[in-house]
Design a protein around this ligand. Structure first.
Ligand SMILES: [Mg+2]
Length: 369
């Protein structure tokens, strides 16, 4: 089998609700372009993925992908994913990991379609359901967080993660109010989104330990390995860093060796695909750690994340970032969470998604090839 063409179709994504998670994303919403990546083969099988997210237009990355990555793929055997991952990683001088990740997902889609198996089965299925957690945006008041958490609890979800405004006293007050609102059984996490200095990070850690929070995510700067190692030595709650550490998969070793995080974190976009994410999970497993999978920013990335979670043992949760209008677009049917708060493994070959080609045709801006 040989790759015969690689294209990116840019299409409009309108009506994205105004949303913010932290100072890094800022406030976003309105309209961006998403990209449908298609990797075609001489055997008529096409691999798909989406490029971009509601906060990061595919129009930024698509030209580099076509100019710099496509020539590395043309004529190659798409089933040789490990070899091609090395090959396209050379393009990291010019393109972001998310472009390399989009290519890697499309190659896994081809492999699954060729085998007639879902991707998680190619990885080696560990399970067919996983608990989801609802992951908040920054909300306008304590009451808004409480109402949202209670509504998910009442719908059967077992876990809720808070993205707070980022001022430590206010953040503690929100965590306290949410714990009181949902009661003792719901799993709660805090994603501090790199907002605190060391002293603030300690104060918040001690407060949410008392509130029986499940993990404490990214209190310090994303590259502050030394600070995280110091912090982790002083707190009891599990610290979860490495979501956005510079360097992708290659950055994990020093975080493990310096004991700067309790679990690894990543997703198919920011770490460059299914291939490095599975490697990260197996690396973590060897150290008795989890790889807690971060949301993927678009509908296909989240399906790819779900395949990884089904294929590995050491991830506790599937992240559902709210609101859904900022993350679900372009599929006929998106991932659904059932009444017990579980996400189910896709069953079709490859990604097992039905792309909404009618929508994409109607909203098409350009096809890059
Ligand atoms: Mg996070």
């Amino acid at each position: 089998m040989k790759i015969t063409d690689v294209t990116v179709t840019l299409f409009d994504w309108d009506d994205i609700p105004e949303t913010s998670y932290n100072a890094f994303t800022g406030s976003f919403g309105g309209k961006v372009q998403l990209g449908l990546l298609e990797v075609r083969t001489d055997e008529g099988i096409t691999g798909h993925s989406f490029l971009g997210s509601a906060m990061y237009s595919a129009a930024i990355d698509a030209p580099g992908l076509v100019e710099k990555v496509k020539p590395l793929l043309m004529g190659q055997n798409p089933l040789e994913r490990e070899c091609l991952y090395r090959r396209v990683s050379r393009a990291r001088r010019w393109v972001k990991l998310r472009s390399i990740g989009a290519v890697d997902i499309a190659l896994w889609d081809i492999a699954g379609k060729t085998a007639g198996m879902p991707i998680h089965a190619l990885i080696g299925t560990y399970r067919t359901t996983a608990p989801a957690y609802a992951s908040s945006a920054i909300l306008p008041s304590e009451e808004a967080y409480c109402e949202e958490a209670v509504s998910f609890r009442d719908a059967g979800w077992t876990a809720y993660k808070i993205h707070p405004p980022g001022s430590w006293r206010e953040d503690i007050a929100i965590c306290t109010a949410v714990r009181e609102a949902v009661g003792g059984d719901m799993v709660l996490m805090l994603d501090a989104a790199w907002n605190y200095d060391f002293g603030q990070a300690i104060k918040v850690a001690k407060a949410i330990e008392e509130l029986d929070f499940h993990w404490y995510e990214d209190p310090l700067a994303d590259d502050d390995i030394y600070g995280c190692a110091r912090l982790r030595a002083k707190i009891d709650i599990p610290l979860v860093a490495t979501e956005w550490t510079p360097g992708g998969f290659g950055s994990y070793a020093e975080w493990i060796l310096l004991k700067a995080t309790d679990h690894l974190r990543g997703d198919v976009a920011v770490k460059g695909g299914i291939t490095p994410l599975v490697k990260a999970a197996h690396l973590a497993e060897g150290f008795g750690m989890n790889l807690e999978v971060h949301h993927g920013g678009n509908s296909i990335n989240n399906v790819a994340n779900l395949h990884v979670i089904m294929g590995i043992r050491n991830c506790e949760f599937f992240e559902v970032l709210l609101p859904s209008g900022a993350h679900q677009y372009g599929l006929v049917e998106d991932i659904r969470i059932d009444g017990e708060g579980l996400a189910a493994a896709p069953t079709g070959p490859g990604l097992g998604v039905e792309i909404d080609h009618d929508l994409i045709r109607a909203k098409e801006v350009a096809t890059l090839s």
